[in-house]
Write a protein that binds this ligand. Structure first.
Ligand code: SAM
Ligand code: SF4
Ligand code: SF4
Length: 342
């Protein structure tokens, strides 16, 4: 589609700017860096009035951005981003990072989700068609064989094109697929991907208690979700880290050791081997300058990490928690070093 036809050179840029695309109901972005806090995050090309994407304009803009980066000028929308790095970038454009959030409909109603305050509106929006566009990209050899594909939303498993998209991408045996799901609807296609091994599935139950689940997620699906998590965990191949359960710490709601222990009981019961602690993005933006609250957050994080280790469960951290740790490394290390088990 475009070739900058210049020789390779080293400059500051980012994988997403160079070779990424993120589709959302608002339009096309270079990346899914929604937590970017230096500039207003807006689409490169907004969604068309007829609910389609303007891919050609997007590519034209992207080409301009890359040319500016090549000249050593960081474009405004990327200034200050932690993903910028200096290296030699490919001159031929191929899609290497893909984020698909083309539906906003969901079968849950989480209190912290961007859809929560306008649920009726978001549940009525049609899924934006994208399957034919990808078929064309494949025909034009625009997709890198090692492409990373992320499914978000809304809820991907209820997107009309989800199953077809998964089977379309199955022709790339080296692709890496990451699916964020409520876990409410069981997907045999996800099971298949877990079985072949090129998929990571992240489900966010946020708790191990039925009543609390109802309060946080707005639906009475606690048993169904944990049973689906167990089925997905059983479908994994020898890489036991493919199914991951996330716990978003929500101040005054689930930010205590008792609820975290209940979560771990369900994780063990479901035979899940990987957990991802997170902090609600809104809560984090309020507490990031408040040392006392950061101390409380890191104490809970360290508690989760140590508890996981005791149970032989692997752990990582999700995006906002990662920013919190990186921005306050010394404080986090201090709390970790001082940690004592009761
Ligand atoms: C918007 S959801 C869409 C995909 C799917 N419905 C789900 O919940 O996994 C994508 C990811 O964003 C996370 N997320 C949503 N709202 C968040 C918030 N306020 N703070 C931190 N993470 C959030 C969810 O937990 C999920 O892992
Ligand atoms: S530098 Fe940051 S904001 Fe810019 S495309 Fe990359 S991830 Fe997105
Ligand atoms: S399951 Fe995902 S999309 Fe649905 S309400 Fe929760 S966070 Fe939002």
């Amino acid at each position: 589609m475009f070739n900058l036809s210049e020789k390779n050179q080293e400059y500051i840029s980012c994988e997403w700017l160079e070779s990424g695309i993120s589709f959302t109901y608002e339009g096309i972005y270079n990346c899914c860096m929604f937590a970017h806090n230096t500039v207003a995050f807006k689409p490169v090309t907004p969604i068309n009035k007829d609910w389609t994407y303007d891919f050609d304009s997007f590519l034209k803009e992207k080409k301009k951005f890359i040319k500016l980066h090549r000249k050593g000028k960081i474009i405004d929308r990327c200034k200050g981003c932690q993903r910028l790095e200096k290296k030699t970038w490919d001159t031929n454009f191929k899609i290497k990072q893909l984020a698909i959030s083309t539906n906003t409909k969901c079968n849950a109603n989480c209190i912290y989700c961007y859809t929560h305050s306008r649920k009726e509106f978001f549940n009525k929006l049609d899924d934006i068609p994208i399957l034919n566009f990808f078929k064309k990209c494949i025909k034009d050899n625009l997709i890198d064989e090692n492409v990373s594909i992320l499914f978000g939303g809304g809820e991907p498993t209820i997107n009309k094109e989800f199953e077809d998209l998964l089977s379309l991408f199955s022709q790339y045996p080296n692709c890496k697929i990451k699916i964020y799901s409520s876990g409410i609807k069981y997907s045999p296609s996800i099971e298949q991907c877990l079985n072949t091994g090129n998929c990571e599935l992240v489900i966010t139950p946020d708790c191990g208690d039925r009543e609390l689940y109802k309060r946080i997620k707005g639906v009475d699906k606690f048993d169904e979700v944990w049973s689906n998590i167990q089925k997905y965990a059983a479908a994994q191949n020898e890489n036991r880290n493919q199914v991951r359960t996330k716990y978003i710490i929500l101040p005054t709601i689930n930010d205590n050791e008792e609820e975290i222990k209940k979560f771990f009981n369900k994780v063990v019961e479901a035979n899940v081997s990987y957990i991802k602690p997170e902090i609600d993005i809104t809560a984090y933006s309020k507490i990031k300058q408040d040392k006392e609250k950061l101390v409380k957050l890191f104490k809970l994080l360290v508690f989760m990490e140590k508890y996981a280790e005791k149970l032989n469960i692997n752990h990582g951290v999700a995006g906002n928690m990662h920013c919190a740790m990186e921005g306050n490394r010394n404080l986090y290390d201090e709390i970790k070093n001082e940690y004592k088990e009761d």
